[in-house]
Ligand binder design. Structure first.
Ligand code: NAD
Length: 477
């Protein structure tokens, strides 16, 4: 049994002052893996004090020094990629084929930040002024459970590149992954207090970080509801915020697309990370007169997707992270049926034939596709965060754009087409932070973030780094 009782404060693992024990559950079986002792307000304040003290010197370090720290963090985590990957399987339910990739993506975040830092211009001429980009101060990093390590590495790495120090509050449901990660990062030997980690509840540790006057910025990834609470709290001390929030991304297949490629891509985009991905393409928009063909090929393809044992090499979808998430997704499948959508494949309950038998106790969901979904249905509007795909139809490009934009969210969109001019014209009219045409992969040099209620600000590259800096204009210099 795992028993995590420490936080990482001022370069040391220190016993939690909080007393509450939180159970860590294996989502594949709902068996208890162990406990983590949650931090309290005092732990959080200790971490903030350490980060504040470290900021004095760390904010004056040179670009070369920070590049060196980032490389050391990368090297330290790379050496522990295997245990990190194993923790993702055990605690999150990542299929074993995917978890090494997720661990490598997390590690690589330090290299992406290095690249942005290498090219960044900290002193610029603007008007008659010299403008200096200075580190903001202590940054609070708050992460969700669906890619905890990746977000910690990205946000902490960017803060370090900017010369900021951090207090990290990971998801309490990712304590094992966090422990492996922090033990690895400790080996990099950064000055004490540059990064601090307190595992705890959002409404305790997260709320103190939001409230505390010595925190200058919050970088948050999580749900839109929590993002709003943080933004409201942060304004009292005028903290800067970067909010990466929910999504309900549209995937538009145009009539000139290669459907043999577009359909498998649509399934990949909808079900990535067990369907627990902010940028999942969960609204599939297809030409009305091609619906029957799409339904047939989607049904066939989805029924080939293997759901089940994370340890099997051919598993594509593992369990949902918690019983709560499982019930939530079941609720959406039920609502789709009740609101009159057509169930193409999947449905309520567990998939058949889970092996070994213990998996029947896990949070496995049948990958589900609905057709004849209308714009006002909950399954067309709300973020489900599970492997559920809603198919809607359109008659014209204008209608496809209108449906895609008919959302409170605006994180991502996907387009499949053989006509690049047409695809680009549509992309330019979508109210989203990113558009991927014909499966173009994620690019860490380009900004990532949402329009509308998908967030505030951007991560990655020059724009991402600027969000941790304050411009100061010096006139007459
Ligand atoms: P969540 O909002 O419930 O929790 C996220 C983090 O916020 C956790 O660490 C939690 O403890 C903390 N928190 C909760 N209440 C808080 C409060 N009052 N003050 C401060 N912190 C608080 O989200 P989740 O369920 O962990 O993650 C899933 C959500 O994250 C989905 O909505 C998903 O779309 C979103 N997400 C967005 C992105 C993106 O880049 N846009 C990426 C991944 C996930």
């Amino acid at each position: 049994m795992v028993n995590i009782t420490t936080h990482y404060i001022n370069g040391q693992f220190v016993e939690s002052k909080g007393q509450e024990k939180f159970g860590l559950i294996n989502p594949s079986s709902n068996q208890l893996l162990g406990h983590v002792t949650l931090g309290n307000v005092e732990d959080t304040q200790d971490a903030i004090a350490a980060a504040k003290a470290a900021f004095k010197t760390f904010s004056t370090t040179t670009r070369e020094e920070r590049l060196d720290w980032l490389q050391r963090l990368y090297d330290a985590l790379k050496a522990r990629a295997q245990p990190l990957s194993e923790a993702m399987v055990e605690e999150f339910g990542a299929p074993v084929k995917k978890s090494p990739i997720a661990a490598a993506f997390s590690t690589d975040e330090f290299l992406h930040v290095k690249k942005a830092l290498s090219n960044f211009n900290f002193v610029r001429e603007m008007g008659n002024a010299k403008v200096i980009f200075e580190p903001l101060g202590v940054t609070a990093v708050i992460t969700p459970w669906n890619s905890n390590a990746l977000f910690i590495c990205r946000k902490m790495g960017t803060a370090i590149a900017a010369g900021c120090t951090t207090v990290i509050k990971p998801s309490e449901m990712s304590a094992i992954q966090t422990q492996v990660l922090v033990e690895a990062l400790h080996e990099a030997g950064l000055p004490p207090g540059v990064f601090n980690v307190v595992v705890g509840r959002g409404d305790v540790v997260g709320a103190e970080l939001t409230r505390h006057p010595d925190v200058a910025k919050i970088s948050f990834t999580g749900s839109t509801a929590t993002g709003k609470t943080i933004a409201k709290g942060a304004v009292d001390t005028m903290k800067r915020v970067t909010l990466e929030l929910g999504g309900k991304s549209a995937n538009i297949i145009l009539d000139d697309a290669d459907f043999a490629k577009a359909i498998p891509l649509a399934i990949m985009n909808a079900f990535l990370n067990n369907g627990e991905a902010c940028n999942a393409g969960t609204r599939l928009l297809v030409p009305e007169d091609r619906l029957d063909e799409v339904k047939k090929s989607i049904k066939h393809a989805v029924e080939q997707v293997k759901v089940g044992n994370c340890l099997d090499e051919d598993t594509f979808i593992g369990p949902l992270v918690s019983r709560k998430q499982y019930e939530r997704v079941q609720g959406y499948i039920k609502s789709g049926v009740e609101e009159g959508a057509e169930l193409v494949t999947g449905g309520l309950g567990h998939p058949q034939g889970l092996s070994p038998k213990s998996l029947e106790e896990g949070n496995f969901v049948r990958p589900t596709v609905f057709a004849n979904v209308t714009r006002n249905m909950r399954i067309a509007q709300e973020e489900i965060f599970g492997p559920v795909l809603s198919i809607l139809t359109y008659k014209t490009d204008e209608e496809a754009i209108e449906i895609a934009n008919d959302s409170i969210y605006g994180l991502y969109a996907y387009i499949s087409s053989s006509d690049m001019e047409r695809a680009n014209r549509i992309a330019s009219q979508l109210q989203v932070g990113r558009v991927s045409i014909n499966g173009a992969p994620h690019d860490t040099g380009a900004p990532f973030g949402g329009f509308k209620q998908s967030g505030i600000g951007r991560e990655y590259g020059e724009i991402g780094l600027e969000a941790y800096l304050e411009p100061k204009a010096i006139l007459g210099s």
